[in-house]
Design a protein around this ligand. Structure first.
Ligand code: CP
Ligand code: NVA
Length: 307
């Protein structure tokens, strides 16, 4: 009997212990990389990356990461493969997973990646869906821990759209026991069911974004219009105009608060340039840590725990 592969389709596919282990491995893998020490545990393994939406960071970090671990990475998109021509996702999963060792997918509805995973012989990683972005939040929390120590008991202020990145912060808060203050414009509030939460204890919604930032240890935001929602752009620009993370909001936060953004960012829309380019911003470390954390993740999904 074959053991079913372990996937990362949403953050709560991991336990608190898994995340602690992943962060321990991330530290080791990052340190080796910084010292130019060769580490090839995934020699002869192949990652297939399927993109149904655009990407810079996710593609680069997975592709470079797999190569750095000794393996190979293949990029596919819907424009020039049969994936965009109506081949059932279940059939694609059967075929693709017989030709590689691990798959990363960036797509639209969460249901697509779940159907793929259900028919895959190999681990599947969510590289962003409309609902979740688990690799991003692993990198974000790893970055917070590097800068400020444990996130347990801390407060994160999420300002803007209750999107895929927000939903994943909310799952992380339940897993790692911290609090998220969410402030969205009316009509864009958190949908706990869509975020797949076990309760409402770990987040609080604030009509005023400044109040959401009060005493927060981490302030974060994201684009007003996520990929796949471009038709709503004009409406969203009007609705989100007062939800720009600016200097007065950062002043409401704790003095040692950091600012994060998953990027790409739009200065003058969801964030003021003085904030993202200011001293509290850790966005470049955050982006870099995608590489290190995902290397640890691929190692974990393919090789299990290395004692
Ligand atoms: N943050 C993030 O996932 O960036 P990309 O869209 O460039 O991959
Ligand atoms: N919420 C954004 C994140 C981009 C990395 C989107 O889904 O487009």
């Amino acid at each position: 009997m074959t053991i079913p592969p372990r996937h990362l389709l949403q953050l709560n596919d991991l336990t608190r212990e898994d995340i602690a282990y992943l962060f321990e491995r991330t530290r080791i893998i990052k340190d080796r990389y910084k010292r130019y020490e060769r580490y090839h545990p995934l020699a002869d393994r192949t990652l297939v990356m399927i993109f149904e939406k655009a990407s810079t960071r996710t593609r680069l970090s997975f592709e470079a990461g797999m190569q750095q671990l000794g393996g190979a990475a293949i990029y596919m998109n819907t424009r020039d493969s049969q994936l965009g021509r109506g081949e059932p996702v279940e059939d694609a999963a059967q075929v693709i997973s017989r030709m590689c060792d691990i798959v990363m997918i960036r797509t639209f509805e969460q249901e697509i990646i779940e159907r793929f995973a259900a028919h895959s012989r190999v681990p599947v990683i969510n590289g962003l869906t409309n609902e979740y972005h688990p690799c991003q939040i692993l990198a974000d929390i790893f970055t917070y821990v590097e800068h400020r120590g444990s996130i347990e008991g801390r407060t994160v202020a999420w300002i803007g759209d209750s999107n895929n990145v927000c939903n994943t912060w909310l799952q992380a808060a339940e897993l790692l026991d911290f609090k998220v203050h969410v402030s969205t414009p009316p009509g864009y509030e958190v949908e706990p069911e869509r975020a797949n939460l076990t309760g409402t204890d770990h987040f609080e919604q604030f009509p005023d974004p400044h109040e959401a930032c009060r005493t927060a240890h981490l302030v974060t935001t994201d684009v007003w219009t996520s990929m796949g929602f471009e038709a709503e752009d004009a409406e969203r620009r009007a609705a989100f105009a007062d939800w720009q993370v600016d200097t007065p909001m950062m002043k409401m936060a704790a003095s040692e608060a950091v600012f994060m953004h998953c990027l790409p960012a739009h200065r003058g829309e969801e964030v003021e340039a003085a904030v993202i380019d200011g001293p509290q911003s850790v966005v470049w470390d955050e982006a870099e840590n995608r590489l290190h954390v995902q290397k640890a993740l691929m190692e974990f999904l393919l090789l299990g725990r290395i004692e």
